[in-house]
Design a protein around this ligand. Sequence first.
Ligand SMILES: NC(=O)c1ccc[n+]([C@@H]2O[C@H](COP(=O)([O-])OP(=O)(O)OC[C@H]3O[C@@H](n4cnc5c(N)ncnc54)[C@H](OP(=O)(O)O)[C@@H]3O)[C@@H](O)[C@H]2O)c1
Length: 463
Amino acid sequence: MNMIKVPSRFQSTQPNQRYSTNFSPPDGMETCFISSCQAVMREIKSVCCNNANDYSDFKDSGGTFIAFGGLAKPELPNIRKRFVLFIRQREHQLQHSERAEGHSRQRRRAALDNGECPLFKGNGRTPSKRLSSSKFIPLPRYKQAQRSTKTSATMSSTKIAIAGFTGRMSQLITDALLQNHPRVEIHGIARNVDKIDPKYRDSSRIRIFQSDATDLAALRKGLAGTSVCICAYLGDGRLMIDGQKLLIDACVAEGVERYIASDWSLDFSGLGYGDLPSKDPMKHVADYLDQQSGIKGVHLLNGAFTEVLYSAVIGYCDVKNKTFTYYGSGDYILDATTMKDAAAYTAEVAVDHSAVGYIHVAGDSKSAKDLAAIFAKVYGIQLSVQNAGSLENLRENMTVARRNNPQDMRKWIGSHYQYWMAQEKTRMVNIQNSRYPRVKPSSVEDFLRKHTVESAASAYFSA
Ligand SMILES: NC(=O)c1ccc[n+]([C@@H]2O[C@H](COP(=O)([O-])OP(=O)(O)OC[C@H]3O[C@@H](n4cnc5c(N)ncnc54)[C@H](OP(=O)(O)O)[C@@H]3O)[C@@H](O)[C@H]2O)c1
C-alpha cells in the first residue's frame, strides 16, 4: 500500500483546505491522491490514469479522492514526483490568485495604464475568474509583467558568468542575453580566448577571462562580481564532473548565488548511475550542488535538442536510405527543444532570480511515429517506417552492444538514448514554458521547415 508523501505544508485533513494525504487507499488499491479541489483531481487523473489498470473515485466529507490500482511498481516514484510537482505549481498559482484577489481596482487600473496588465485590457475579467475556469493555469499575465519589471529593475546589477564561452550553447545564450536583456553584463570564461568571435570580444557588455577548467584562481577572477554562473562545458567525465565541481567551488568562494549546470538534457534525476552514462556527470553535479549551502543549483531540462532527433546519433532516421526505425509502440512521447530555444530559456532563467532547481521546458512533444509523419508532411518523402522489436529487445541489444564495445560509445549511445527517451521518467512533466513568454519555441515541424533533408540530419554538428 502506497500513501503518497507530500510536503507537510500541503497536507490537511480540514474539509475546506486544499490538499490532504491523510487517507489510506481502500482495499485492493495501492495509491490514493486526495484533494477537495476538483481541478487538482482532474489533473491528477489525467496524469495517472494512463499508468493505472484501475481507478475509482470516492467522495467523503474530507473531499474527493481517487485510488489507483495496478500501477506498475517502477512507475510509482515518477507519478509521485509528478504529483508533488503539480501540487507545487498549483499552490504557486493559488497564491497568485489570492494575491490578485487582494489587488484593489485602482491598482489594477494603474497597472493597466502602465501597460503592465494586458490580460485585463477591455475585457473586465478578474484573475480569479480566469484561474478558476482554467484547468492548468499559467501565471496570470499581469503577474508576468510584474515579474519582468522586477527583473529589469534588478538587471543593472546582473552580471552573468558563462564558462565554456567558446561553445555553441554559450554563444546562443550570449546572443539571447545581449538582445533581450540590455542591462546584463557577461563575463565570458574560456580556456582559449583566441577562439572567441570578435563580435563578442569587442562588445562593451562582455568581459573576457582566460582560464583552464582546473585553475581555481583564474576561475574566481572570471566569477568575481557575478550573481549567476552558466556552465556550458562539453567534454570528458573529468571536465563534466571535476571541472564543474571546481567551478562550483569557485562560485561559492566568490559568493555567486546560482549555478546553471551544463545539462540541457532529458530528465536524468530518475535515472540510476550507469543507466545512461552521458548523464552520470549531471547526476554527480546535481548531488554536489545539493550538498552546498552557499549556492543554488539550476538544471534547465529540455528533452533532446531538436537538432539531434533526425541525426544518426540517435538512429531513428536514416535519411540516405529513407528509413525510420523505432522500438516498442512508437507512441511514447519524446520532448525536444532547439538549441536556440533552449539557450533563450537559459537566458531568461539566468535573469530570473527565483528560478532554482529543475526547470522543464519543451519546444515540442511528439511520439516517435509522429516524427516520421512530420518528416513526410514537410518534405513529401514517405520514410519506410520499421518496427525493430519491443523496448525489451532494444534494452537487450543496447546492453550487448555496450558490453562488446565498452570504450566505443558511438556503437551504443544512440540505442541508449532511444531506450531512455521512451521511458516516462525522463520526460518533461512540469513544463514551464509559460513562465518565460518571451521565448516562442519552435515545433519539430518549424525546425524541419528551416532545413533541407540533409541539413536536418546534420543540424547538431553544423549548429
Ligand atoms: N539534449 C541534447 O540533445 C544535447 C545534445 C548535445 C549536447 N547537449 C548539452 O549541450 C551542452 C553544451 O553543448 P555545446 O554544443 O554548446 O558544446 P560545444 O560547442 O562543444 O562547447 C563546449 C565548451 O566546452 C569547452 N571545453 C571543452 N573541453 C574543455 C576543457 N578541458 N576545459 C575547459 N573548457 C573545455 C569548449 O572549449 P573549447 O572551445 O576551447 O574546446 C567549449 O567552450 C552540454 O551541456 C550538453 O550536455 C545536449
